[in-house]
Design a protein around this ligand. Sequence first.
Ligand SMILES: C[S@@+](CC[C@H](N)C(=O)[O-])C[C@H]1O[C@@H](n2cnc3c(N)ncnc32)[C@H](O)[C@@H]1O
Length: 262
Amino acid sequence: MISTTNHYTFGETDTAAQRLALLASAYQPATQAFLEEWGPSEPEHAIDLGCGPGYTTRLLHRMLRPRWTTGVDASPRFLQDAQRASEEDIGFVCHDVTQEPFPTAPADVLFCRFLLTHLHDPGTALRAWAAAARPGARLLVQETAWLRADDPTIARYYELVAALQSGYGQSLEVGAELDARVRSRGWRILSSRLVMLQQPAAVMAKLHAANLRTWGRDRLVQRSFDLDEVASVQAGLDCIASGEQPAHPVSNALRQLVAVVE
Ligand SMILES: C[S@@+](CC[C@H](N)C(=O)[O-])C[C@H]1O[C@@H](n2cnc3c(N)ncnc32)[C@H](O)[C@@H]1O
């Protein structure tokens, strides 16, 4: 990771990269429907903020058909994967999305998925994005508003990951309060809605088990979490992921917000 003022808790390991592949397939239908409905068609330049290994960049490019799409991320490791799988008319840039100026051409559409949750000051990032936008540009954001599980292991995982993110000034459920953060940051909201998903427990447990294998090593976890409990949540998630332990689906509300630059 290049130096940023934010700590990316979910890491850049091979396991973290594999998790992002699972994440991409679990959330592709909801993101695709969002882009279909709200993405301007055939813009000149689209930017995918916090693009990771490029799953969202390729989806954005295919759905909107811009002349050029740029994926921006602070992780050289993820960008290497993104470059390897890249398609024509897509480029990638290593940059901290909270910093102005952007080393890109101005954008007609800016998109981010599961990024603001990792920033301790989303307002600064939103202002930087407005500065990187062409007049009339559109911002499309998809973030978690909430996650609820009946299963006690998955529910405890959400409490732990929320505590970790809160320790770094970040919010797991940033989508719950997004409208207030977007307003007066150079953007006018056109639409803001919650999309409800029922995600299979095994899929979510697989995602979370991979994530815990990475953030379980975080210095804040090692210093102040109960490591026996972390190990037991890890084992429980593995059992649900493998199907050995059945569990009810996870209820997941996504915030899908659309704004236009002021
Ligand atoms: C959970 S991943 C989401 C990746 C992609 N948007 C998706 O949905 O598949 C979050 C991404 O944001 C990137 N990131 C976190 N903080 C960043 C920052 N300050 N500047 C640029 N990228 C950042 C991470 O490197 C990671 O690739």
